[in-house]
Each structure stands twice: as C-alpha cells, then as structure tokens.
Design a protein around this ligand. Structure first.
Ligand code: ZN
Length: 132
C-alpha cells in the first residue's frame, strides 16, 4: 500500500531565498515551481534520489502554510507517503478508525492526488498520502 517517502514538505516565508540555499549551497536542482490555488501555496520541488523536498510558500495570509509559520515558525510541515491507490488507502484507514483531515482525495502539486491524515492520529506528524 505505501511504497516510499514521496516528499517532505517545508514551510518557508520566502520561496526564492530558500531555493537559493538548496541550489547554491547544497547543489540541488529545482525542477518545478507551481501555484496550487486551492491550498493557497506556491511550491518548489527539489528531487533527491527517489524522494523530493517540497518548499511551500503561502500565497495568502489566511492559508494553511501562513498559519503554520505563525504558530510554529518555518520548518518541516508535513511528510508525504506515496500510495499506489489513494481511495483504497483512505478506505482502509477509515475502517481502522484513523482520524482523517480529508475523507476524499484532492488535487496536489505536480498532478498528484493527495489526502491528509489528522496529526492527532499520528502523534503530531501531519502525514500526507500521495498518489502519482
Ligand atoms: Zn506535500
């Protein structure tokens, strides 16, 4: 059901400034920059081996990333696990009584279908399920 860590989502105030660190200091490449209106974020993807780092900058002061930064500061916001079939994964979790944020998949960056598990169910980690 879960095949790998898909990406790690990092909340940042300034996407361009943060990208500079990853490209100039760490020698990595940004492959895609995308705005996801639905989630009020602008994202930059930085592949590392099989996984990726996803930098997230809020496009709105009321967006989830802006709120995360307000409460906890910049840093890791979520960890995404890749699943083969997101509907099946959500169904299995519901049957096990796991608290979910998303009952149904929604659209994520890079054409992925995503759904979040509630951090109350995971000892404080916001876990994203991600199907590509
Ligand atoms: Zn993500």
């Amino acid at each position: 059901m879960i095949t790998q860590i898909d990406h790690i989502g990092i909340a940042v105030k300034d996407l361009e400034e943060t990208m500079k660190f990853y490209t100039e200091c760490l020698g990595l490449k940004v492959t895609d920059i995308e705005t996801v209106e639905e989630q009020k974020v602008r994202t930059a993807f930085i592949p590392i081996g099989e996984g990726e780092i996803e930098l997230l900058e809020s496009t709105d002061p009321d967006g989830p990333i802006a709120k995360h930064i307000e409460k906890r500061g910049e840093g890791i916001q979520h960890i995404a696990l890749r699943v083969e079939n997101i509907e099946k994964a959500l169904e299995e979790l519901k049957q096990k009584g796991v608290r979910l944020i998303d009952q149904k998949p929604r659209k994520g960056a890079g054409g992925a279908r995503i759904a979040f598990i509630h951090p109350k169910a995971t000892k404080g980690v916001l876990l994203e399920l991600c199907e590509r």
